[in-house]
Design a protein around this ligand. Structure first.
Ligand code: GDP
Ligand code: MG
Length: 598
């Protein structure tokens, strides 16, 4: 019976512990690909993922494995992202599995996101198989890490698999453990269709392609299906599996993981987390949906060339289809013109979306500094939410401002506990707890304003601990804070896109640091440009960019024309990421100045 030989699993790990490398080894030894087709980190398909060495979108592949018991097994491997920003995607893909390989670096041990991922796997009732990876490293301590898995996570690690994904050691053991430990799917092939949509993407020729896991029943080409959340019906055009090449099939049945197209033109007709059923014989209850993740970080995206506005809207529409956590709405800025206010799960998510818009859609962008959502209680009793600092009302109209706080959990070697605590204090953190994982590693817990994490917390954490500390955080709610809006004036003009919200006690030093940073980042112009930071009418810091003295072209005067042209081109190149604000040319970096203060 085929169903008994299906194994659906994910790989979860803290970033860099070797998930993609292990996935590559598994792909190699289950020979889904010829050597020529196999390239390093096969599952990280997007260029951006390959460059940054991180996994953004989850992927599902079908593999076959001839086990030591002589049977041939069908594996569905669902890759998940490892970064904290993408935990909602991890959660989505885990719901399509019965088991998970938990990779832990044999030299690093358990990190903050190892734990976060384990909790997601436990929430989804998955069988967790511990895999201790990188045992080839001289600093590997597999026995210590096994003990840590038992003590900290509470999993039995006596049968943990030891691997070197790099050299290929232990891969067979991993495959056997999957066969032995991951339960086969339990659905009923004769029951009405019940399939989970765990991802979707838009294909210009085929419409929406949904990635599905069949829980009950069978789906065939030509079937009439219904989306349970939206009530919309469609006729199935194509179904298939990824090997990782898409391979068309006649049907998918219980336990299968694959794709389905049905000439679905409208993005909003499919929702990730929705249940697909048969239009004629619908199942009684939909599957429990996914937790909808709300964006926590907001910024403005503006096309440098205002003619690109409609293309930018289209790009955001496309990206939103693949990424339900991306939010956007039109906004206008006096300084930057027409653009969009966009919401993201975190900073990495924000950077990735920006880069994808620039690369995949060819639109040059100006992005404003990220902001969180502030809750403002007005003197007239009304409460409003502010996701754009320039929209913060006048001080005298405000009764009270609240900002989002997170519970930050920092895992660090003992030696850096002092440095971590100092950083957390500087970032307005409140100490909550400190837990020793073993004699050398500590989990330090603080409540910290999300805005501080969004700015530069992670960079500082890494540099203050030589990269040894790891961070995980979750939103815990709002708390009142003494927050004020600080405006930035260039050449006497208030630039709305540069306004920020600061804590009153830190306003002066921050204002001073920002005007100094802007002076560094904004190139000299033909005239002198004063820079000022203001709280209401009161100027709290100032500096001046001196006027440009000589004409750049003067030194080529009478010189050869090609050199002159090159110089002009170079200037144009530099201009690409500039926006003229009032009369001043402001480069992209200046809008992010607040993030780079030291
Ligand atoms: P991911 O972030 O969990 O997907 O991690 P990657 O698979 O991208 O691996 C992160 C880094 O660790 C890469 O430089 C890999 O080459 C390296 N790596 C992965 N597995 C091993 C291993 O078993 N031994 C050693 N020495 N390095 C490994
Ligand atoms: Mg990876």
């Amino acid at each position: 019976n085929r169903q008994k030989r299906i194994r659906n699993f994910s790989i979860i790990a803290h970033i860099d512990h070797g998930k993609s490398t292990l996935a590559d080894r598994i792909l190699e030894s289950t020979s889904a690909l010829t050597k020529r087709e196999m390239r390093a980190q096969m599952l990280d398909a997007m260029d951006l993922e390959r460059e940054r060495g991180i996994t953004i979108k989850l992927n599902a592949v079908q593999l076959t494995y001839k086990a030591q018991d002589g049977e041939e097994y069908i594996f569905h491997l669902i890759d998940t992202p490892g970064h904290v920003d993408f935990s909602y995607e991890v959660s989505r893909s885990l719901a399509a599995c019965e088991g998970a390989l938990l990779i832990v670096d044999a030299a690093q041990g358990i990190e903050a996101q190892t734990l976060a991922n384990v909790y997601l796997a436990l929430e989804n009732d998955l069988e967790i198989i511990p895999v201790i990876n990188k045992i080839d490293l001289p600093s590997a301590e597999p026995e210590r890490v096994k003990q840590e898995v038992e003590d900290v996570i509470g999993l039995d690690a006596s049968e943990a698999v030891l691997t070197s994904a790099k050299s290929g050691l232990g891969i067979e053991d991993v495959l056997e453990a999957i066969v032995e430990k991951v339960p086969a799917p339990t659905g009923d092939p004769d029951a009405p269709l019940k399939a989970l949509i765990f991802d979707s993407l838009y294909d210009p020729y085929r419409g929406v392609v949904t990635y599905i896991r069949i829980i009950d029943g069978t789906v065939k080409v030509g079937d009439h299906i219904k989306m349970m959340a939206t009530g919309k019906s469609f006729e199935v055009n194509e179904i298939g599996v990824f090997t990782p090449k898409p391979v068309a099939k006649d049907e998918l049945t219980v336990g299968d993981v694959g794709y389905l197209t049905a000439a679905i033109k409208n993005v909003s007709d499919t929702r990730v987390g929705d249940t697909i059923t048969s239009a004629a014989h619908p199942t009684a209850e939909p599957l429990p949906g996914y937790r909808r993740m709300n964006p926590m970080v907001f910024c403005g995206l503006y096309p440098i060339d205002s003619n690109d506005y409609n293309d930018l809207r289209e790009a955001l529409e496309r990206l939103e289809l693949n990424d339900s956590s991306l939010q956007y709405e039109a906004e206008t800025s006096e300084a930057l013109g027409f653009g969009f206010r966009c919401g993201f799960l975190g900073l990495l998510h924000m950077e990735i979306i920006q880069e994808r818009i620039e690369r995949e859609f060819g639109i040059d962008l100006i992005t404003t500094a990220p902001s969180v959502i502030y809750k403002v209680e007005m003197a007239n009793g009304e409460t409003i939410e502010i996701d754009n600092p320039s929209k913060m009302p006048e001080g005298k109209m405000i009764e009270n401002v609240e900002e989002p706080y997170v519970k930050a959990s920092v895992m660090t070697p003992n030696d850096y506990v002092g440095a971590v605590m100092e950083l957390c204090q500087n970032k307005r953190g409140e100490f909550i707890d400190m837990v020793y994982l073993d004699e050398n590693r500590v989990n330090v817990i603080y409540h910290i304003p999300l805005s501080e994490i969004v700015y530069d917390f992670f960079d500082h954490l890494k540099s203050n601990t030589k990269g040894y500390a790891s961070l995980d955080y979750e939103l815990i709610g709002y708390k009142p804070s003494k927050l004020v809006k600080m405006d930035i004036l260039l050449n006497g003009e208030k630039i709305d896109a540069l306004s920020i919200i600061v804590h009153r006690d830190f306003a002066y030093p921050r204002g001073k640091a920002i005007v100094e940073k802007l002076k560094e980042l904004i190139p000299r112009q033909q005239f002198e440009v004063p820079i000022q930071a203001a709280l209401g009418q009161k100027i709290v810091a100032r500096s001046t960019i001196k006027a440009l003295r000589k004409n750049v072209l003067a030194k080529c005067y009478g010189g050869d024309i090609s050199r002159k042209r090159k110089l002009l081109e170079k200037q144009k190149e530099g201009k690409k990421r500039m926006k003229t604000v009032g009369k001043v040319d402001v480069p992209q970096e200046a809008f992010m100045a607040v993030l780079r203060l030291d």
